[in-house]
Ligand binder design. Structure first.
Ligand SMILES: [Zn+2]
Length: 270
């Protein structure tokens, strides 16, 4: 499942390749449930629009559009589990499960491919899209601490709660809790301010490092050109059950918290 660093990598890659281009044509599969906005509305909104830029908000990729007439709109792409957004030359055959292909003024195509169809495409017209929660890369330590005040929820599921912080998923929650030396099952509201500050710093540093390495390639994630990321080689606890902790050599333990696999070092994380 692509998380914040992977979505950021894809958004930045697509931005570099297509910002400033105009959408000349659009082809859709129309298959449910991919289209939150139906193709008969999406098509006319996209065709003729200039793509001002592509950026990440939470786990969404936002294409900022200026249509030939009317208000600026935003085309939202959520990659779901297996979604990919690729910039391709038109002569490259469209892969199976291509749900959207936008012909661009450069001659290239922006393609959305999604075999399992957990991804979503939508048009957002009501002002700038901000997503449900706070942005983990820019939230201040004070705002971060305020999110968890009085919460009985364990810190691991609290980090995954998209209404609190958007974009943090299983890998980066586990990794940042290990870096901050906090047990994932600790009730969020019971963590002291100095430890929350440590977690704030750890989360931002883990996310920035992962973005610098092009994200983590687990399952189907690839960037805008189809390359895999390298952050999985840096994982300290994620999917390392039974392997020695990089800090103290204690075997990494796996538990299920809030329905999700959780990996931690029983010695370093208290
Ligand atoms: Zn350890």
């Amino acid at each position: 499942v692509p998380e914040l660093p992977e979505v950021e990598t894809v958004a930045n890659g697509v931005h570099t390749r297509i910002a400033g281009e105009t959408v000349l044509d659009a082809t859709f599969s129309g298959l449910a449930p991919t289209f939150l906005t139906p193709p008969h509305i999406l098509g006319p909104a996209l065709i003729g629009a200039r793509i001002e830029g592509v950026r990440r908000v939470g786990k969404h990729i936002v294409c900022d559009l200026t249509p030939p007439a009317g208000e600026p709109t935003q085309f939202l792409v959520h990659l779901g589990m297996t979604g990919r957004l690729l910039v391709s030359q038109p002569e490259v055959p469209r892969p199976p499960h291509t749900h959207a292909a936008l012909a661009l003024s450069s001659g290239r195509e922006l393609r959305f491919i999604d075999p399992r169809r957990f991804g979503r495409l939508a048009l957002h017209t009501a002002g700038p899209f901000t997503g449900p929660g706070s942005e983990p890369l820019t939230i201040s330590p004070d705002e971060f601490a305020r999110l968890f005040r009085g919460r009985k929820l364990a810190i691991k599921p609290a980090l995954l709660h998209q209404g609190l912080l958007h974009g943090v998923g299983n890998i980066y929650a586990d990794e940042s809790l290990h870096l901050a030396r906090i047990r994932p099952s600790t009730p969020a509201g019971r963590i002291s301010r100095p430890r929350l500050d440590r977690l704030h710093g750890a989360l931002q540093s883990v996310l920035r490092q992962a973005i610098a390495l092009g994200g983590s390639s687990v399952s189907d994630y690839v960037d805008a050109e189809g390359h895999r990321g390298f952050f999985q080689l840096q994982h300290r606890v994620y999917a390392r059950t039974g392997l020695p902790c990089s800090t103290c050599s204690t075997p990494i333990r796996r538990v299920v918290l809030g329905g999700r696999s959780t990996h931690y070092c029983p010695r370093c994380q208290r």
